[in-house]
Structure formats: C-alpha cells, structure tokens
Design a protein around this ligand. Structure first.
Ligand SMILES: Cc1cc2nc3c(=O)[nH]c(=O)nc-3n(C[C@H](O)[C@H](O)[C@H](O)COP(=O)(O)O)c2cc1C
Length: 145
C-alpha cells in the first residue's frame, strides 16, 4: 500500500496538467509526499494499492473525459467491485458552464469512486472556465488527507 499522495490529471489542452504540478509544489512545501501522474497511469491495480488520490481533470468534447484519461475511465466505469475502501480522494474538476455537460468528467469519476466505496474526503470543486479557487481547495484537501 502506497502512502504517497497521487495527483492524477486528465487534460486536453494543458490546464489541468499545469495545475497538477502547481499542486505538487504546494504539497511539497507543506511536507506532503506526492507524485504527479497522468490519469491513464492509474490502473485499477494501482487504485487498489494507494490510499491518497487527488484527481484534477477537465472535460472535453460533449461532456467527455480527456484523451489521457479515457482508459482510466473505461476501466473504472466497467468495474463493479474494487477494494478501495482505504482510498481517500477528492476531485478538482475544470470545465466551462457554457457547455451543456458542465464538469461532467470530474462528476462521473467522483461519483463512480464513491459508488465503489472510496472515501470522498472533500466535496468536488468545479471551476468554471478558469482555475479560480483551485489552490484554496487543494490547500484544504491537504489538511484533510
Ligand atoms: C473542445 C472543447 C470541449 C469542451 N467541452 C466541455 C464540456 O463538455 N463541459 C465542460 O464543462 N467544459 C468543456 N470544455 C471546457 C474545458 O474543460 C475547460 O476549458 C478546461 O479548463 C480545459 O482544461 P484542459 O486544458 O486541462 O483540458 C471544453 C473545452 C474545449 C476546448
């Protein structure tokens, strides 16, 4: 079981990636051991062997998960049982409310993790168009993890 905070980003045009690395810096400054991953690097095996996860994901297309998170989402959504009761997580969702499915990728991942029995330690943050409020949210997340 890994105690390292995994910061996993799903991005289409780089915003969530940049944010994930900003949060990595913030975490390290606060003495929280962490590592950044692309969402697709989080296999279902890995998911069952970590206990701290922050997901930072945008939404693309019509409410879709970004390209570098598609396999993660396919595997997660197809799962009916995972041993993730030790997994503490939070989701930071980037989107744009002028689109029909605002922050949908963050929403479906957040809800599926919860349904599978993981512990949501903080309510999902939804950022409209920019990343306002995200560093305050991650600061709070870091006090709860
Ligand atoms: C082609 C395109 C499709 C998008 N579709 C959605 C969407 O369906 N829902 C939403 O909330 N935001 C949508 N967005 C907004 C992005 O999620 C938002 O701009 C985000 O900050 C981009 O982050 P990224 O650079 O990490 O991909 C879309 C943006 C683009 C360019």
């Amino acid at each position: 079981m890994s105690n390292i905070l995994h910061i996993a980003y799903g991005t289409q045009t780089g915003t969530a990636e940049e944010l994930a690395f900003d949060i990595e810096k913030q975490s390290k400054e606060k003495g929280v051991d962490c590592q950044v991953f692309e969402l697709d690097d989080i296999t279902m095996d890995k998911l069952q062997n970590i206990n701290k996860l922050m997901i930072v994901t945008s939404t693309t297309g019509d409410g879709e998960v970004p390209d570098n998170g598609i396999s993660f989402w396919e595997n997660l959504s197809a799962s009916t049982e995972l041993s993730i009761s030790n997994l503490n997580y939070g989701v930071l969702a980037l989107g744009d409310s002028s689109h029909y499915d605002f922050c949908n990728a963050g929403k479906i991942i957040d809800e599926k993790l919860k349904d599978l029995g993981a512990n949501r330690i903080i309510d999902r943050q939804e950022c409209d168009f920019d990343t306002e409020g995200s560093m305050e949210w991650s600061e709070k997340f870091l006090t709860l993890i």
